[in-house]
Write a protein that binds this ligand. Structure first.
Ligand code: FPP
Length: 237
């Protein structure tokens, strides 16, 4: 429950930050300018989420399919992550955010990989909010990796259940998202947290990610508090 509003607060909010390209196009700017503006929006949204009492916040920043974009854009996104860690990490650390990564670090440049690993290590003990970056991440790939892990560990078939699978995911230890937000009005899941979102509440605000504001987040939280989550059962209301 939120102390301010007395409404239920979701533990985990996951965000597909869509619409950077269209945000830039609408201003006659190159796509990378949109990604830059999108990166700048991370800090206020992380702060707003922490203030609202959200304990886990996941951002989809680079999918396993995003390698198919032009080299310039891929390199630009890598550079933006690097810059984000250089400029924002200390502040996030001071504010009690724990930085986590899901996806594959191999495949990234060694210097970027090191920065991500250092960020995870620096913020390891923080408890206010987990900021989880899905970078070089794909939901199907994660499920395949989990199955391989179980096979490699010699798990007998009868021991493969939802808990065993969840524990083998990159997200082990993090509760499934209560809310997934995809900005820009597009309504697709795009290989994001495929295993974890089966009972998530989805929201599709008609705003490009760089313009998504604290007010938009609070509106979604208010709407969420009215939804009746049944998890396949019957309403308790
Ligand atoms: C989707 O918009 C957005 C992405 C593929 C990348 C999201 C990345 C950021 C917001 C910045 C990266 C953040 C870090 C920390 C690296 P789109 O490009 O598909 O937009 P469009 O559909 O309008 O073209």
């Amino acid at each position: 429950m939120s102390e301010k509003t007395n409404l239920p607060v979701p533990a985990h909010v996951a965000i597909i930050m869509d619409g950077n390209g269209r945000w830039a196009k609408a201003r006659g700017l190159p796509r990378l300018a949109g990604h830059h503006a999108g990166t700048k929006n991370l800090r206020p949204i992380i702060r707003a989420a922490a203030d609202a009492g959200i304990k886990y916040l996941t951002f989809f920043a680079f999918s396993t399919e995003n390698w198919n974009r032009p080299e310039e854009e891929v390199e630009g996104l890598m550079a933006l992550l690097s810059e984000f860690l250089e400029t924002e990490l200390q502040e996030m650390h001071k504010e009690g955010a724990r930085f986590l990564h899901i996806g594959h670090l191999d495949g990234l440049a060694p210097s970027l990989r090191k920065k991500i690993e250092d960020a995870i290590e620096l913020t390891r003990e923080n408890e206010r909010i987990d900021v989880i970056l899905a970078f070089n991440y794909g939901g199907r790939d994660e499920i395949i990796c989990a199955v391989k892990k179980l096979i490699e560990a010699g798990t007998p078939a009868e021991a493969v259940d939802v808990k065993a699978m969840s524990d083998a995911m990159f997200t082990a230890g993090t509760p499934d998202p209560d809310i997934v937000i995809r900005t820009s009005g597009e309504k697709r899941t795009s290989n994001f947290l495929t295993w974890q979102t089966v009972y998530s509440e989805w929201f599709f605000p008609e705003v490009f990610w760089p313009d998504f504001s604290e007010e938009d987040l609070l509106k979604i939280l208010a709407e969420y508090s009215k939804r009746d989550r049944r998890f396949g059962g019957l309403s308790k209301k």
